[in-house]
Design a protein around this ligand. Structure first.
Ligand code: FSO
Ligand code: SF4
Length: 522
């Protein structure tokens, strides 16, 4: 096997014996076969004319299937692959479309680097497109673009052309994040600032993790009146900000922190666990029996809740498991990383821009010196205390916007307020980078300047492929001077890295205090 798509890749270069994530060589091969089956399907579909909705759905589903920590079940992946192969056959895929999985990661190092960057970005974007699709939001341009980029992966391009493709892709991902933003806000209302408790009450409960808000909504409908409480974990925290989800009394609070702490946090848990998307880690025996997967997530021999033809899911087995486990006898404090008992969320673009006037005036008056967006993924490797250190060191006359699961390093800290606004504001899940971009654009308009001229710095943490698509969107928008860590992608060759550094002033993170001083001194 060879896989280097995530930040925890073995030795910082590539997993070749087994995945650090728990992925076996057989699963890795099956997932590479998924990718070549999708390229084959895309090429055949493009020859027929506009890509159909049915084909587009298969492309995004298949790509999402191969994202880090989603599916570890070889038999399940092979079932999907057979569908993609059949769909390609039906569209007239020929021998010339058959590719060996080895074509993906072999050849000139810079070309492999550029191809991998595009492929991993596509995987991340596919997850967002799939979340929008389940809510009934689809865009033919996204499906068409997805097919075209898949086909482009195995075509010859100059380095300059590859970079052009990556920028075009960044714009398509912006469109996709915009569609998901529309899907989420039209389905569940506009997020409002909300304080979420980390207290776990006695009695039966279910912990829901991952990103799929529709799964949570269906579970909330089905747990009404059952006496079973529901808690979020990891990237589900922002659900509490959506009025149409927060209205359920049994949605009680947040359990623990981010995905990378699940093995410790779920140890001997007396509640049921529902995994809606990534990030699944190899389950420990002490909670394996409590675990259910849904959507594209799968682990061999663990129960999976599938949707029926109408998209409905029956979570009665999860509810029954929660009742059987019974919950804690006494209330528990599952505090944040710094011992805090609450977390806040719901500061999406409307909530922040409602105070745009205050922010603009505070900057003009010299009361607000800088805005930081400290966001991205959390991860299991050491070195991520950088983000805690950075946020703790930000001066009192600065604001910290955050999003995605990296925030659990610091989102229980009380950073106080500035001009009536909390200094720390959680904008939501990783896809809510869309909201952050809207805020940056609106502030630039208010100041009549470019986004790069704002007193704003992005300090990003990456782990998996969604972070790749977001980074490409930010670069495509011309946003410069971004700090990225905790380590750089193994799939960036020296030439690609140098190009990104020179073109976009991309900075690898260094020491928190030094980086902060450099930003504020600039
Ligand atoms: Fe985190 Fe996992 Fe949302 Fe990622 S939970 S690491 S970037 O999947 O998608 O932020
Ligand atoms: Fe290794 Fe990451 Fe690939 Fe898993 S997803 S095999 S940890 S590079």
């Amino acid at each position: 096997m060879f896989c280097f798509q995530c930040e925890q890749t073995a030795g910082g270069t590539g997993c070749s014996q087994a995945g650090v994530c728990g992925k076996s060589p057989a699963v890795a091969l099956a997932q590479d076969e998924t990718v070549v089956a999708l390229i084959r399907l895309a090429r055949a579909a493009l020859r027929q004319g506009p890509v159909s909705k049915e084909t587009g759905r298969l492309l995004i589903e298949g790509l999402f299937l191969t994202v880090t920590n989603v599916n570890f079940d070889e038999a399940d992946i092979r079932r999907y692959n057979a569908l993609y192969q059949e769909a390609g056959d039906a569209l007239g895929a020929g021998a010339a479309d058959d590719l060996s999985p080895q074509t993906l990661f072999h050849g000139d190092r810079d070309i492999v680097s550029l191809r991998s960057t595009l492929l991993f970005g596509l995987k991340g974007m596919a997850a967002y497109a799939d979340h929008a699709r389940v809510l009934g939001y689809e865009d033919p341009a996204i499906y068409q673009g997805c097919a075209a980029f898949l086909a482009a992966l195995v075509e010859d391009h100059t380095v300059a052309d590859w970079l052009g493709l990556l920028m075009d892709f960044g714009h398509l991902n912006l469109k996709t994040m915009g569609l998901l933003d529309q899907a989420n806000t039209e389905s569940y209302g506009r997020p409002t600032p909300t304080t979420v408790s980390t207290h776990i009450a006695p009695g039966p409960f279910i912990v829901v993790t991952g990103h799929d808000l529709l799964d949570l909504k269906m579970l909330l409908d089905q747990t009404e009146g059952t006496g079973v409480a529901v808690y979020t974990h990891g990237e589900m925290l922002p659900a509490h900000g959506y009025p149409e989800l927060a209205k359920y009394d049994q949605l009680k609070g947040h359990f623990g922190t981010a995905w990378n702490n699940q093995q410790a946090e779920f140890d001997n848990i007396p509640g049921a666990l529902l995994y809606t998307t990534n990030c699944l880690m190899p389950p420990r025996p002490s909670y394996k029996d409590a675990l259910f997967t849904t959507g594209l997530v799968a682990w061999p021999d663990l129960p999976h809740i599938a949707a029926d033809a109408e998209g409905h899911k029956d979570f009665s087995a999860v509810i029954a498991k929660a009742k059987a486990l019974g919950g804690y006898d006494q209330g528990q404090e599952k505090t944040g990383a710094n011992g805090g008992h609450t977390m806040t969320t719901g500061f999406a673009r409307d909530a922040v821009l409602a105070h745009a006037g205050t922010v603009v005036e505070a900057v003009k008056a010299g009361d607000l010196r800088h805005i930081f967006l400290v966001g991205g993924c959390d991860g299991a490797k050491p070195g991520r205390s950088y983000y805690t250190d950075f946020v703790k060191a930000t001066p009192a006359d600065s604001l910290v916007l955050t999003l995605a699961c990296g925030k659990f390093r610091f989102n229980d800290l009380d950073l106080g307020t500035l001009g009536g606004l909390p200094r720390l504001m959680d904008m939501g899940q990783c896809n809510d980078a869309y909201s952050a971009i809207q805020v940056a654009v609106a502030l630039a308009e208010a100041f009549d300047c470019g986004v790069n001229d704002l007193p704003l710095t992005l300090v990003l943490s990456w782990y998996e492929q969604k972070a790749v698509c977001i980074l490409l969107t930010l670069l495509a928008l011309g946003i410069k001077n971004i700090y990225v860590g905790p380590s750089l992608p193994a799939f960036f060759s020296d030439t690609v890295l140098q190009t990104l550094v020179e073109t976009f002033d991309l900075h690898p993170t260094g020491q928190a205090e030094e980086d902060l001083a450099a930003i504020l001194g600039a």
